[in-house]
Each structure stands twice: as structure tokens, then as C-alpha cells.
Design a binder for this molecule. Structure first.
Ligand code: NAP
Length: 517
């Protein structure tokens, strides 16, 4: 029998009492480890985190908590090789794709450690200037933000077992809020291992970080009014979470990051062969293939001027033809596998649905795999679809196929392209490619209403631009509407979620004694 990974709650390692769920190697089909959360005393676990972990964290100032993030960075860096091995085995990712998850997490933690240090030794944050309440400035209103005295529960998706934990834990711990993470089950190993390393290194106070692997049953029932819940996953599960008593009756604050039909738009000035055209082609191919398209920010819809449809289809298809797919341990492989056979089936089903309204411009779905058995491995090559009338083809604006799949579509003018992007009903990110700054500026503002982030690529920033799908801690991550309405990262703005706003009405002398930063 494979090893059963323990959960870390109430300050100790506790094995589930059930048989557990087996985690698999999605390429070789081997059984790796098991996870199980049966029999845990969740109310006690949440209580311990809330009281013991929360009190210890809040006894520190921002600068001291930022230093703890710095210590976590050191622990993760020291164990990086083990994380890459786990990612290859359990997520089926090639090295570059594992880096997005592992090194992306370390980078994000490091950023928050730096930003947090600048907040100094305060115990609360100033929120704007004091305003006089009467004619004379003798009685004032000062808003401040204080850490919420609850826990932060993270229910995470399978595609980022590392970054998904740390991009949320960095602002939570910096805010003084203890973290309980429940990773997506199929790839929970990496999350559990990272928590294990940090716990063993003894860098955090008891109760500050807990991990529960396996079923989500009972987690939401354990939440109380000052707790917060950050969920990443499908829109369907997000809807179930929103309707839970914890949210509807106990006012638990929730942040939901759900699925998204992100887009890339080629501007009318970017003729085939131009720098901007080539940049779009490169980015679309990258986005379709990084982590086999299992990125919430991946480009799903590519909009190009009508006259450039064929040239774009040809250029993207030519690059996709060079993508080798298979066992990530083989150096010649560019794209590894999906996370499981279940995901492979879901991608195939989604593809069939989209194909009913689209033509296939490049079909890698049947391509030979390198070093992998197609009967076992959860691998599929990239597929580029095309629709000639994007106003009629409805599913492409609605169905997120979570794999290496994108759809090319023509637009008449920029207003039409923006309208098509809006058809995603709220997305995480849209990217623009062109060289006309004024036109790009207008389009960016038009897209901002339905996107959490607009990424504008001009030839002048070709080298410095951070990539359509790369979530940088400096920028907002989240999107309105269908994308879940969440807001993560964006520098210190992320701390808002873990703080409570309050207004203190008092004399200037009392306000001066608040000790706010
Ligand atoms: P999912 O099925 O919704 O699962 C997400 C998490 O919720 C998992 O930990 C899952 O546990 C848990 N869960 C399932 N049912 C639950 C319930 N009734 N109550 C509470 N928790 C429950 O999503 P997924 O398939 O893992 O993730 C893929 C989706 O995530 C994609 O649609 C993708 O777009 C989205 N995503 C969005 C972002 C973003 O930042 N916007 C980032 C990454 C992924 P189990 O694993 O044990 O089922």
C-alpha cells in the first residue's frame, strides 16, 4: 500500500481514519501516495488555528510577520528539488511548467516579505485621512484596517498546488491571519509536502499553518463569522460555496476565483509578419501549451481582424506542429500531461462540444506521444479551432475547455472585438497586440470593465512584458462576473481581504495614540 499523507491540524500531524484517495502519476499511471481527512475534529482544528495561531500572529507587527515570509522562502528554496520531483510525478509537468507553480510561489512570497517589511511595527493600518465630524477639528473620524480575528480557509484547485497556496498565504500571514489549506485532491502531495517542510523548520507559530488533504466535507460548517474563505475552482463549486450557511447566515467573507474565457486580440494595425503579429502568435502558442493549457488565465479565444484570419491560423498552426507531447522526464518533450485521465476525458468532451460549432485548424489530439502510452497517459496535443462567425458560435464564449485548446475568430472592428471579449461574461485577463499606442489605450479602457487585468503588448516591450497568463503579485488577479468576482494580489491591496475596516471617532489626541501605519 502507498504511503498515507498526514494532515496537520491542531498543532500536530493526524492521519485520516479512512482508506484514502490514491494520487496517481498521470503519465505512467503509477500509484504515488494516499490522502484522507476522515475523522478529523474540524471544529477543534479551526478553533486551535483561530485562537492559538491567530493570537500568536497578531502579537507580531507587519515587519515581523514579513520576516516570517522571508523564512518560508528559505525553507522552500532549500527543498526545491524535491518539489520539482513531486510536480513531475503527480502533475505530469515539464520543468518549465513546474517552475511556474513552484518558483512563482517563492517569488510571490518574497515580494510580500519585502512589501510587508515597509509597513513597520504597526498593529493596524491607516485607511485614508482623518475627517472632521463637526465645524472644528476637535472630533474626527479615522478609518483603519485591523486583522480579522478568524482563520483563512483556502479551498484550492488542482492546477497550482504550490502557487495556489502561497499567493494566498503570503498576504494572509502578513495580515496576521492563520491559514488552513485544503488543496485540490488529485495534486495535494506538493501542497502537503511544502506545509510539512515549513512546519518541520519551525518558522511559524503553532496554529499559523494547517493542511487538510482529501474531502472538503465539513470544512465550511466549521467556519465562523470572522473567518474568511478563499476558493479557487470551477464556477459550479463556487456557486455551492456561495449558498452555504457559512456565507448566507454567518457572513463569512468569500473570495471566489472561478473559470474564465480569456482572450487575446490582434489590433488592426498588426499586419501578418509584423512584430506585433508575431508576438501574438508566440503568446497564443505559449498559453495553449504551458501546463497543457490548465491555467485559469490561459488564452481561450483569439480575435483577429477578418482579413488576417487565415494568416493567423497558419502561423499559430505551424508553431503548434512543433510541440512535442508526452513524458515530462524526456528532455525532448515540450508539453507534459493533463493532471488526470478524468481531466483528459473532460477535455475531449469539451472539444467535441466546441467542434460542433467550429472547424479544426490544427489538430494535435491524435499526435504520437513521446515516451508515453496513449492508453495510460493523460496527454493530448494542442488543438486550434476556428469560427468564421463569432456572433453565431455561442459555446466558444461560454465553455472553458481546461486543456491545450483555443479558438480563433475574426472581428470587424475594435468595438466588435471588445464586444466579443465581453461575451465571456467577465474574465481574468485579455491581451492586446499592436503598435498604435492611442488605439491600444482606448481598447484597454474598454476591456477593463469586464477584465481583472488587461495586458498590452507592443514591440517595444517584447522582452520586458511578463506574459499574458503570468500572474504577477503587483497586479490584480481576479475578474468580474463569471470569473468569480474575486480580487487577489495587486500588491498590498491583497491585505484588504484579511482585514476589517472600522471607523474610530475621537479627538486628534486619541487618534494619534492608535499606533496605525
Ligand atoms: P473544482 O472541482 O471546483 O475543485 C476546486 C476545489 O474545491 C477542490 O479542492 C475540490 O476538492 C473542492 N470542492 C469540490 N466540491 C466542493 C464542495 N462541494 N465544497 C467545497 N469544496 C469543494 O475545480 P477543479 O476542477 O479542481 O479546478 C479547475 C477549475 O478551477 C477550472 O475551471 C479553472 O478555471 C479554475 N481555476 C481558476 C483559477 C483562478 O484563479 N481564477 C485558478 C485555477 C483554476 P476535491 O479536489 O477534493 O474535489
Amino acid at each position: 500500500m502507498t504511503e498515507l499523507l498526514s494532515n496537520y491540524v491542531s498543532g500536530r500531524w493526524q492521519a485520516g481514519t479512512g482508506a484514502g484517495t490514491v494520487l496517481l502519476d498521470p503519465v505512467l499511471g503509477d500509484e504515488l501516495v494516499r490522502v484522507d481527512a476522515t475523522g478529523l475534529d474540524l471544529p477543534a482544528a479551526f478553533g486551535f488555528a483561530r485562537q492559538t495561531g491567530g493570537a500568536a500572529l497578531r502579537a507580531l507587527g507587519y515587519r515581523e510577520r514579513a520576516a516570517l515570509l522571508g523564512e518560508i522562502v528559505k525553507v522552500l528554496q532549500a527543498n526545491r528539488d524535491a518539489y520539482y520531483e513531486i510536480a513531475t510525478a503527480n502533475s505530469g509537468t515539464v520543468k518549465n511548467d513546474s517552475a511556474v507553480d513552484i518558483d512563482g510561489a517563492i517569488f510571490t512570497l518574497g515580494q510580500y516579505a519585502k512589501w510587508g517589511a515597509a509597513l513597520g511595527d504597526a498593529r493596524a493600518l491607516r485607511d485614508g485621512d482623518a475627517a472632521r465630524l463637526g465645524k472644528e477639528p476637535v472630533f474626527m473620524s479615522q478609518h483603519l484596517q485591523v486583522p480579522t480575528p478568524g482563520v483563512a480557509l483556502f479551498i484550492n484547485a488542482f492546477n497550482f498546488p504550490s502557487w495556489g497556496l502561497w499567493e494566498k498565504a503570503a498576504p494572509a500571514l502578513l495580515s496576521g491571519v492563520p491559514v488552513i489549506v485544503k488543496p485540490g485532491t488529485s495534486t495535494a502531495w506538493l501542497t502537503q509536502r511544502m506545509v510539512r517542510d515549513v512546519v518541520e523548520a519551525g518558522v511559524l507559530p503553532a496554529g499559523a499553518l494547517s493542511v487538510i488533504c482529501g474531502s472538503s466535507q465539513g470544512l465550511l460548517d466549521a467556519l465562523e463569522g470572522f473567518d474568511v474563505l478563499s476558493f479557487t475552482g470551477s464556477a459550479e463549486t463556487g456557486a455551492q460555496i456561495r449558498s452555504h450557511d457559512a456565507v448566507t447566515r454567518r457572513s463569512v467573507r468569500v473570495n471566489i476565483e472561478a473559470d474564465s474565457l480569456n482572450s487575446a486580440i490582434l489590433m488592426p494595425d498588426a499586419a501578418p509578419g509584423s512584430d506585433a503579429f508575431n508576438l501574438l502568435v508566440r503568446e497564443v502558442v505559449r498559453e495553449m501549451t504551458v501546463k497543457s493549457g490548465q491555467k485559469c488565465t490561459a488564452i481561450r479565444r483569439v480575435m483577429v481582424p477578418e482579413a488576417m484570419f487565415d494568416a493567423a491560423a497558419e502561423a499559430i498552426g505551424a508553431k503548434l506542429a512543433g510541440i512535442t507531447v508526452g513524458n515530462p522526464r524526456n528532455e525532448s518533450v515540450r508539453m507534459g500531461s493533463l493532471v488526470s485521465r478524468a481531466q483528459l476525458n473532460s477535455v475531449r468532451e469539451g472539444l467535441n462540444e466546441l467542434k460542433a460549432q467550429a472547424e479544426v485548424l490544427h489538430d494535435g489530439s491524435q499526435q504520437a506521444l513521446v515516451d508515453a502510452d496513449p492508453a495510460v497517459a493523460a496527454c493530448i496535443g494542442p488543438v486550434l479551432l476556428g469560427v468564421r462567425d463569432a456572433d453565431v458560435a455561442l459555446r466558444v464564449h461560454d465553455l472553458e475547455v481546461f486543456g491545450p485548446v483555443a479558438t480563433l475568430m475574426p472581428y470587424r472592428d475594435v468595438d466588435h472585438a471588445v464586444a466579443l471579449a465581453h461575451r465571456g461574461q467577465g474574465s481574468l485577463v485579455s491581451s492586446l497586440y499592436g503598435a498604435d499606442d492611442a488605439a491600444l489605450g482606448r481598447a484597454a479602457v474598454a476591456l477593463a470593465a469586464s477584465h481583472g487585468r488587461v495586458h498590452v503588448v507592443t514591440p517595444g516591450v517584447a522582452k520586458e512584458q511578463t506574459g499574458h497568463g503570468n500572474v504577477m503579485p503587483m497586479s490584480l488577479h481576479g475578474g468580474p462576473g463569471r470569473a468569480g468576482g474575486g480580487a487577489e494580489l495587486g500588491g498590498l491591496r491583497a491585505l484588504d481581504f484579511y482585514h476589517r475596516r472600522s471607523a474610530v471617532q475621537a479627538s486628534p489626541a486619541v487618534l494619534a495614540a492608535l499606533g496605525i501605519q
